[in-house]
Design a protein around this ligand. Structure first.
Ligand code: MRU
Length: 334
């Protein structure tokens, strides 16, 4: 079923997004036709996940061009609108990358931009299939236990990409090869991409999975209940440091201590050679309410403030394998 799932699709006149804020309760779509709507969809995480943001950025340029024609924008207004899309979230390099990829086609008109955006999507789909195969091969060559127990964090599946998924694509590939026992799914506070989105995808695939509190992950790993952890990335710096959803570095530290592989899966569009090291990555800080309230209910004293970084950085020394569509590298020399 998730084979057909498209988080981002062009209808001919609008960008159709799966509204990821209402899953798993409802599968609803949102058609976006203007830049305000797209920026709001990105900042509210209606569309999210680095590769899906790349596609949204690419189609976002077409949305800006079409709105500019409708509303008679001058070039400066169009440029500012495109910049708003590009900067709507700072950490995933794919968003700016998607915008930048289509910009050279603006002179060819909206059809040329749309054609390039379609290529961004097609290439991501193909990359994810390759990542799934490379990642499964690497894990099966290094981990003896069968069937495998995999731990993952956040959502890296069809919902986060053009389709299939990166880390979750590896999980799906392991399942397809008949070697997967179960998946431990970190719920991924505060916005619950693990329990709401990853578990929803796995349930549709009929893959056995257990949602656990983020705080359970280290214990699960140190107790020997997981054989490998597989996560995605929002940006990989030139030195191999990996920015990903908050909580990822704790999983990596536990894996290092337990001596199990910590595998990062990402398309090459997530590699950022222009950023030297993890410390240089802009980590998005989100609203305090995301931490201080749960389903609209205040869960901390009125006087409490919140610290809400949306991502953290895992040093390259803790990354056992980086899986891209080009193959597997082993930053930590594993
Ligand atoms: O805040 P989000 O939901 O956009 O964060 C998503 C992640 O951190 C993913 O792990 C990452 O983008 C890779 S998605 C293939």
């Amino acid at each position: 079923m998730t084979d057909d799932l498209r988080a981002v699709a062009w209808t001919g006149t609008a960008l159709r997004l799966i509204d990821q804020t209402v899953l798993p309760a409802r599968l609803e779509y949102l058609d976006v036709e203007d830049v305000d709507g797209l920026v709001a969809a990105i900042t509210t995480l209606t569309v999210r996940g680095a590769p899906a943001l790349g596609a949204a950025g690419a189609y976002g340029v077409a949305i800006a061009l079409l709105q500019g024609v409708r509303e008679g924008w001058d070039e400066a207004t169009a440029t500012a609108a495109i910049a708003r899309v590009r900067e709507a979230r700072p950490t995933a390099v794919n968003l700016a990358g998607g915008v930048d990829r289509v910009l050279p086609h603006v002179s060819g008109g909206v059809e040329a931009v749309l054609a390039e955006a379609d290529r961004v999507v097609a290439e991501d789909l193909a990359a994810n299939r390759a990542i799934g195969a490379y990642g499964a091969d690497w894990i099966l060559a290094r981990v003896e236990r069968r069937p495998l127990r995999v731990l993952t964090h956040c959502n890296t599946g069809a919902l986060a990409t053009a389709g299939w998924g990166t880390a979750l694509g590896i999980v799906r590939e392991l399942h397809a090869r008949g070697v997967l026992d179960r998946v431990y799914v970190d719920e991924t506070r505060p916005l619950l991409q693990g329990s709401r989105l990853t578990a929803w995808e796995l349930a549709h695939e009929g893959i056995e999975h257990y949602v656990q509190a983020d705080g359970a992950a280290a214990g699960t790993i140190l107790r020997g209940l997981a054989d490998v952890a597989v996560i995605g990335a929002d940006r990989v710096a030139a030195n191999g440091d990996v920015a990903n959803k908050i909580g990822s570095v704790g999983v990596a530290l536990a894996c290092a201590d337990a001596g199990i592989p910590f595998v990062v899966a990402a398309p090459t569009t997530t590699l950022d050679p222009g950023t030297a090291r993890g410390d240089d990555i802009h980590i998005e800080e989100r609203a305090e309410e995301e931490i201080l309230t749960v389903a609209g209910l205040r869960v901390a004293p009125a006087a409490s403030r919140a610290h809400n970084p949306a991502f953290d950085v895992t040093p390259a020394r803790l990354v056992s394998a980086l899986v891209t569509e080009a193959g597997v590298t082993t930053p930590a020399g594993h």
